[in-house]
Ligand binder design. Structure first.
Ligand code: GLC
Length: 557
């Protein structure tokens, strides 16, 4: 592909840190079903993403990651892939995808796609062939069929095994519509190599790797201790036989070779990978960051943390140490399509964040939206000041809250039913975005339409159009922070030095001449000496930094 941005864009492989682009990139996650709907059927599509690319360019992001848009029966919102090399008709066509990549490149934005290698859809041709073939056949060997199941539970609740007509069982660590691949079968390895090349040939800048730690299962599929069952969004550190198997490192090294075989000297630069691995123990993550396999590992550890300077600092210190010691890249994340939105997380009684009651799991909880928004604004300045790359989930730049009041019969996430309706599931953070107008669908589609998940009735003030006109909006704050981040030599990749301003305060310096201060406590604090306030997440009171507010300061001469 020729470089569509030559003459317009800086050399994508250059930069102050001289590392690959992803080390300090800000990547925006698009959940295509809920981003923008161009054809007016109530579900987002790739033409909708194309039509809204200027929102992303104005925001100033370096790349977009597209959650799956592949043909899928939607048992798990598209993370059940029936064909890895096509576009689901609900989202458009491969031609739309190619246009999206080209039009994003014109704006200097790279496109990352989601690869789902742990499992496919039960509608995938190879799984249908496996069902039609007898036990012991080569077709069945591409999956994990057994005569007797072990005791593993699905990550979504219920048994991880489903029985087929001839009495055998197949393994699915997620929904029954998502059979796990057998990664010890060479057909599977070869197929995914082709999938990588297919999307690389179409110009993608890299891949987000779904459930990246679980592909290989320990030989013999040993039972889990009865008290140690699946909890993939809340890892607890003790080893399980379906995670971190040694073969993974070789697999990712082989993928890296494929990625590195694409020319890196023109846009989009070297091709990267970012792996979805939930870890709380940095020593688990370290082997993946050796430099010859995965490019990046998501750092999800701030998301489950309650609003507490001590908790945040512990996570940041440990994660930054991991990045420095390995030389690896562990991008910061505060939101994605699997966890409740920040505004809501930070707007509830923080004692409930780690220990939710049954009511909380069903969304029956008081939310102080104003407080949550104030904190989410401060968190945005923290996220974008930390050393390294950052991911922004669509709608977080608008300060959307979790939609807690979706009627039960409109819920789509399989977790709701698979947990026997004891957990509301993840739909509340996947609601179609508000773009403009006073009532649903708020410009998500350009005609009145019932969106695939209902939007709340009070989102008019959160719509993009409304926020663009308001210099005090959270959208304006994100844009200003991203602009400053690009401009300021201290931001992006690099190091940090903690400053001690009290137990409720996060404060660190970055060279040259930058300090972040975030007050997570209840009382105002006095700002340290500075030359200029570059950005503030909320109003300041002279030299006092109010509660739940963060600032970027220019210091030094
Ligand atoms: C990842 C995705 C999640 C999906 C699961 C199974 O965790 O982020 O949305 O349900 O994998 O594919």
């Amino acid at each position: 592909m020729t470089d569509p941005t030559s003459g317009l864009m800086p050399d994508p492989t250059a930069g102050p840190a001289a590392g690959p682009w992803w080390r300090d990139a800000v990547v925006y996650q698009v959940y295509p079903r809920s981003f923008a709907d161009a054809d007016g059927d109530g579900e987002g599509d790739l033409r909708g993403v194309r039509a809204r690319l200027d929102h992303l360019a104005d925001l100033g992001v370096d790349a977009v990651w597209l959650s799956p848009f592949y043909p899928s029966p939607m048992a798990d919102g598209g993370y059940d892939v029936a064909d890895y090399c096509d576009v689901d008709p609900r989202y458009g066509t491969l031609a739309d995808f190619d246009l999206l990549v080209a039009e994003a490149a014109e704006r200097g934005i790279r496109v990352i796609v989601d690869i789902v290698p742990n499992h496919c859809s039960a509608a995938h041709l190879w799984f249908r062939q496996a069902l039609a073939a007898p036990p012991g056949s080569p077709e069945r060997d591409r999956f994990i069929f057994r005569d007797e199941p072990n005791n593993w539970q699905s990550n979504f609740g219920g048994r991880a095994w489903t029985r087929v007509a001839d009495g055998q069982w197949y393994l699915h660590l997620f929904d029954s519509g998502q059979p796990d691949w057998n990664w010890r079968n060479p057909d599977v390895v070869a197929m995914f190599e082709q999938v990588l090349r297919f999307w690389l040939d179409r110009g993608v800048a890299g891949f987000r790797i779904d459930v990246a730690a679980m592909l290989y299962k320990q030989e013999g599929l040993p039972d889990l201790p009865p008290d140690r069952q699946m909890a993939y969004l809340v890892p607890d550190g003790s080893p399980v036989p379906y995670e971190h198997q040694p073969e993974l490192l070789d697999l990712y090294r082989s993928w890296r070779k494929i990625l590195d075989s694409y020319p890196a000297d023109a846009f989009p630069g070297p091709r990267g990978t970012v792996a979805e691995i939930w870890f709380d123990d940095a020593t688990r993550a370290a082997p993946y960051l050796a430099g010859d396999g995965l490019a990046q590992l998501f750092n999800f550890r701030l998301m489950p943390a309650p609003w507490s300077a001590a908790e945040f600092r512990a996570v940041i210190e440990d994660s930054h140490r991991l990045a420095v010691e390995t030389g690896g890249s562990v991008p910061w994340v505060l939101g994605n399509h699997d966890v409740p939105r920040m505004v809501t997380r930070y707007g509830v009684d923080q004692a409930l964040v780690r220990n939710p009651t049954p009511d909380v799991l069903l969304g029956r909880i008081d939310v102080d939206r104003e407080l949550g928004t104030r904190r989410a604004r401060a968190a945005a300045l923290l996220l974008l000041a930390l050393p390294g790359a950052a991911y922004i989930y669509q709608g977080d730049e608008l300060g959307l809250p979790e939609h807690l009041a979706i009627p039960d019969d409109e819920r789509q996430d399989p977790m709701f039913e698979r947990t026997a309706r004891t957990f509301m599931g993840r739909d509340g953070c996947r609601v179609p975005l508000p773009w403009s107008g006073a009532a649903a669908p708020y410009g998500f589609a350009d005609r009145p339409v019932r969106t695939w998940l209902p939007q709340p009735g009070d989102w008019a003030e959160l719509a993009v159009e409304r926020q663009r006109a308001d210099p005090g909006s959270i959208l304006a704050l994100y844009r200003a922070a991203l602009t400053e981040r690009r401009r300021h030599p201290a931001l992006g990749d690099g190091d940090m030095i903690w400053l001690d301003l009290g137990p409720d305060v996060l404060a660190f310096g970055r060279e040259p001449g930058f300090v972040l201060v975030a007050n997570l406590g209840a009382e105002p604090i006095t700002l340290p000496a500075h030359n200029e306030v570059l950005l503030a997440s909320g109003p300041l009171d002279g030299d006092l930094l109010p509660a739940d507010t963060a600032v970027w300061l220019r210091t030094g001469v």
